[in-house]
Design a binder for this molecule. Structure first.
Ligand code: DGJ
Length: 533
């Protein structure tokens, strides 16, 4: 039996273990390369104020409990440069030391000029000096709470602090415990789509930059090109340019991958410019970001929308040949955990529930009201499955087609076709028997009415599939118009040992007669389809 797909040597060039992490993109797929090989980021983000040594003991047990391999954690400008030019990296060093001893990687979130659009994380000497670090003006000439992206003085001050941080990492993190950096957090401006200062108004009357005009195939003034979204497009350009300057300067010191996260507009592609975080990397302005911020590797959606079809829309919008999919924040309520499968099945390089520490704070109703056992288990189940093959899955997903889905809100089955085969996922079924049996009645499965269930599948070769999931029944069959002599040849449960697939047992009989039922235990299967003669 061919194991070509599953055991093939990676064609990702092995590089020195000390090579700085980087992002590799090919054939519309992406891989985050850590220590010379693809890595799947099974992350968790802490609460906003957990970026102090006193909070860290409340962080690691939660990460261990859910089998996370990466911590996303803020480093604030106010924290590292409390007085201008005087830097304090004691927290960063404590974080590096503890992450290493807990065997975790780190993504640093640079809370600088913008944190959820606000300057709250800037040092006092920044937030109190409105002449050197000016706020945007609104249309009446009044100060708006957001620092303007058009002020070179602010950008240069933020850049100096960011460069100091990257210099610290270059000098104290040769082993690349920090694998990625997010410059700023949920940038943009609420209620005031752009700076309406006299200087900004003068810029606004000019033509859109030539590179942007080329990219979108339209030229003219901002208003001519972007009509009702012109103010927002303008602010997006200047915000992205500002962040690009900071990211470029940081990468010149240590070229870690850098991304920006979006406070999402509604799933609509024409958001209200005053309602959205105008300037942020929402899905409809990604092309502006791509042109304005070439030093940013990708833009990423912060997912707090609970509606399954909206989650699918967002994941599809950020999964692009020129944009690696990563979910840097998703609510930590139980129902969000199933979207892990929808993300990794679309080739996501990482996933991170937000608010994952035991500091006693909960952002309910956005996320969970408590990190109880059921909530932690919901994240731990897919994470433990993927933690055991974090390298292999990342490589396979970079080199092979993948598919994933979460149980939709209406509980309807979901299916896809990969090559000759249709794979269908249904939800809320017992492991044995059929729902429509009349000779043997059953109670509904306890999870039938719950927002749990998902699956992610990789196509290893024409007829071989790597299969994972929980609270799902999977059936494999011939695609419409496909082979009539089709059958499941073999279902292996197994694991990876240093990249090689090891079969532990074959599933057959009751374990496959009613579909492949993955419920509440981590399992990785290899399904081989065939045609009899
Ligand atoms: C999204 C932000 O990026 C986070 O820092 C946090 O404020 C959440 N919203 C809300 O808890």
């Amino acid at each position: 039996m061919s194991a070509a797909g599953v055991n093939a040597q990676s064609d990702v060039a092995a590089t020195s273990n000390k090579a700085v992490p980087y992002l590799l993109s090919r054939n519309g797929r992406h891989a985050l390369i850590i220590d010379g090989a693809p890595f799947l980021m099974l992350a968790a983000q802490v609460n906003n104020s957990s970026n102090y040594a006193i909070s860290l003991p409340h962080v690691w047990p939660i990460l261990d409990r859910i089998h996370a391999n990466t911590l996303e954690i803020p480093v604030a400008w106010q924290q590292i440069e409390p007085r201008e030019g005087q830097f304090d990296f004691s927290f960063v060093q404590t974080l590096l030391d503890q992450a290493r001893s807990h065997d975790k990687r780190v993504v640093l979130l640079w809370f600088g000029t913008w944190k959820n659009t606000s300057p709250s994380y800037t040092p006092d000497w920044v937030k109190l000096d409105n002449s050197r670090f000016p706020r945007m003006k609104d249309k009446t000439g009044k100060d708006h709470y957001v620092l303007t992206p058009m002020a070179t003085s602010t950008r240069e001050a933020d850049k100096r602090a960011f460069v100091a941080l990257m210099t610290y990492l270059r000098d104290h993190d040769a082993q690349n415990t920090v694998i990625m950096v997010q410059p700023e957090n949920e940038v943009g401006s609420y209620r005031n789509p752009r700076d309406y200062s006299a200087a900004a108004n003068a810029e606004f009357t000019k033509s859109v930059p030539a590179a942007l005009a080329r990219r979108i195939g339209k030229s003219g003034t901002w208003t001519q090109v972007f009509a009702g979204q012109a103010d927002r497009a303008f602010n997006t350009w200047y915000t992205a340019r500002y962040i690009d300057a900071i990211a470029a300067a940081g990468k010149a010191i240590k070229p870690l991958p850098m991304y920006v996260n979006a406070s999402l507009a509604g799933p609509s592609n024409v958001p209200d410019p005053t309602g959205v975080a105008s300037g942020g990397p929402q899905q409809d302005v990604l092309d502006i970001w791509k042109v304005a911020a070439p030093s940013i590797d990708f833009a990423a959606p912060d997912l707090y929308d609970k509606v399954s079809k909206n989650v699918d829309l967002y994941l599809d919008a950020y999964r692009r040949a020129d944009n690696a999919l990563m979910v840097p924040e998703i609510g930590n309520a139980r129902l969000f955990a199933r979207y892990f499968y929808a993300a990794v099945g679309r080739g996501a390089i990482g996933f991170s529930p937000f608010g994952m520490d035991d500091t006693g704070f909960f952002n309910y109703p956005l996320g969970a009201s408590a990190l109880d056992g059921a909530t932690l288990d919901a994240f731990a189940l897919p994470y433990s499955t993927f933690a055991a093959m974090q390298r292999e899955w990342a490589r396979i997903a970079f080199e092979h087609p993948t598919w994933g889905t979460a149980k939709p809100d209406n509980g309807a089955p979901v299916s896809t076709t990969m090559g000759d085969w249709t794979i269908s996922a249904s939800w809320g079924e017992w492991q044995f028997g059929m729902k429509d049996w009349i000779w043997l009645k059953s109670e509904p499965a306890p999870w039938a009415s719950e927002p749990v269930g998902g699956t992610a599948v990789a196509q290893l070769s024409a007829d071989e599939f790597l299969v994972t999931g929980d609270h799902v029944r999977l059936t494999f069959g011939s695609r419409p118009g496909g082979p009539t002599n089709a059958m499941i040849v073999r279902v292996e449960e197994g694991h990876f040992d240093q990249g090689r697939w090891v079969m532990d047992r074959i599933w057959n009989g009751d374990q496959t007669d009613y579909g492949i039922n993955l419920i509440d235990r981590p399992a990785v299967l290899k399904v081989t389809m065939g045609r009899y003669r």
